[in-house]
Design a binder for this molecule. Sequence first.
Ligand code: GDR
Length: 314
Amino acid sequence: MAYGSYLAEFLLGKGYQVFGMVRRSSTEKSDRIEHIRSRITLLQGDLLDQTSLIEALRESHPDEVYNLAAQSFVPTSWNQPVLTGEFTALGVTRLLEAVRKVNPKIKFYQASSSEMFGKVRETPQNEKTPFYPRSPYGVAKVYGHFITVNYRESYSIFACSGILFNHESSRRGLEFVTRKVTDGAARIKLGLARELRLGNLDSKRDWGFAGDYVEAMWLMLQQDNPDDYVVGTGKTHSVKELCKIAFSHVGLDYEDYVKVDKAFMRPAEVDLLVADPSKAGKVLGWKPKVGFEQLIAMMVDHDLERLKTQKPQK
Ligand code: GDR
């Protein structure tokens, strides 16, 4: 999870002892935490395995647990709807059960998502906006959200849910649209690719910097009472605007390179998301620092630097 590494950095900066939970896999992927690897402890665990969660909490004795784990790629949730539900929905119950059994005084953060708003009932979206998810992923996140609220109300667990709008960075996976575009623009600029194939160019998102958002998550757990908060910038941009900014940053016109490919269209789309983050501003004193254009420029520069030693296409 890309922003888990920002959270780990942030908590280390606050003097926390940080544990991370990792799922066993035959190909270990840890480049996002390489720079802090010696300062954190990794525990084996899996949201599908109740015992492993209980053991992880017994071993680490945490004061705070942040659940950022999920099957988080929206298109995959149509191909693997049941598995997505296991991780993204029931996984939250398993972790909350582990908290309840091991130490109900542990403060719990659940990564809820703007995808819960889906086919939006009002604009901008706030904590009271009704949910209308549009993908198996969104549906699973609604379950995760309400089970968090329910454990707060049933067992007085200090459980908070952060409804985060899209949070991006140069650590974002290449399959998500911001990174796909910044990587694509950099590749085309360097002669490593000739075109970039995308899906719906008209969908609009409230894109912010992941590094800013982890502070809001931490602040939620430092309040007197647990609650839910919308976290976003309050500004929205289309995928087209994203392309325009990324390509013009390297002196190119996106219209010459971006091709629409049906393969990247979704069976049901979320057309427009824009946060009303005023509660986070008022109660947590939080506001985002990095603007959209700065974020995209930062990501393009990172991809240019990463790719510049590769050989151009013939
Ligand atoms: P999203 O992020 O679904 O909003 O969820 P994503 O970057 O995948 O898509 C954003 C929008 O861009 C459109 N799009 C494309 N998307 C991808 N991935 N690839 C393409 O080629 C492409 N072309 C157009 C999409 O249709 C969509 O409208 C992210 C995830 O991180 C979730 O886990 C998280 O909960 C939410 O953000 C907040």
